[in-house]
Ligand binder design. Sequence first.
Ligand code: UT7
Length: 331
Amino acid sequence: MIKPFKAGITGTGSMLPDKKLTNFQLESIVETSDEWIVKRTGIRERRIIDDSMPLAELAAGASNRAIADAGIAADDIDLIIATTITPDYLSPSLACQVQKLIGAGKAAAFDMNAACTGFIYALQISRQFIENGTYKNILIVSAEALSRIVDFTDRRTCVLFGDGAGAVVLGRVDDGTGISSAILGACGEDGSVLTIPCFYATEEDLALRNEGKKQVIWMDGSEVFTFASKIMSESTKNVLDDSGISINDIKYIFPHQANMRILQNAAKRLDVPMDKVYTNLEYTGNISSASVPVCLDEAAKKGLLKKGDKLILVAFGGGLTYGAALLTWSK
Ligand code: UT7
């Protein structure tokens, strides 16, 4: 089918909270050590949102930066998709809150949850609207306040996560650039290895949590680790095969930032050097769906991306979900 337009990223933005939580500070909260966390995860510190700050404010900050970077006005946005597992409210959605804060009065708005893979899912959904000409400018904002749902008595999870927001504007781009291939997937049958109950939880689920705490992250870390190491390389290979190009044609891989060892395993399976794998988890920890767009914005602002560069965006997460996209930089 001939698609009238190409969809690509025309602007990026991000915002991290000011407050840092270092590994050394965590040593006084749970029985852990900087040495263990660095060796097993690569994380040194993460950012934590103030109790008084709504996530919507952080998301709006990242969104305003992306819109300015795209050289458009908030009024030009046709659709806002917010990806999050930690919205301030289930209703109004984070997307509607962002719409109000940034003044994008003409936009439709909804939230989407594919856990840490949310940004890749939102990219693939948005791409359809741009390619078929329905919309001109779509704001994707991925924002998380994971510190609000972390159990700070569970050392197996509380050292991993942080807070932050990343946003992109997706719009019409030149031929030969933009998104050329994307794959999405899910393994719902394995969903019980990473859970965050909302209004209901099974007895089995509750029994796994310290003091039966309900609204916190619980994870079987090693199961997720095994899934992640495999699916990151498989998803990357699938989008490359789909486009008929080789990993050697790729300038950078932007992976979900969960654990440095997962990224090293994936790089090894793909036979790519780690200097092609963009990482920032050392200073952000795992910020779920915000990881990939925050990395993209950082790399763009550092001047690392040039028009025509081929990039892989790849993520996995709760659900379990996974996805990858091949993007040729348009700016
Ligand atoms: O965004 C997607 C979601 N998450 C992920 O992608 C996470 C995937 N999984 C991981 O990153 C790793 O599995 C973890 C970092 C969570 C854990 O690393 P691991 O090397 O798989 O450790 P482990 O769970 O096998 O635990 C090894 C030991 C255990 O002690 P024993 O039973 O051997 O005495 C743990 O109790 O390390 C202990 N441990 C810790 N020790 C100090 C677990 N967490 C900590 C900690 N500090 N924070």
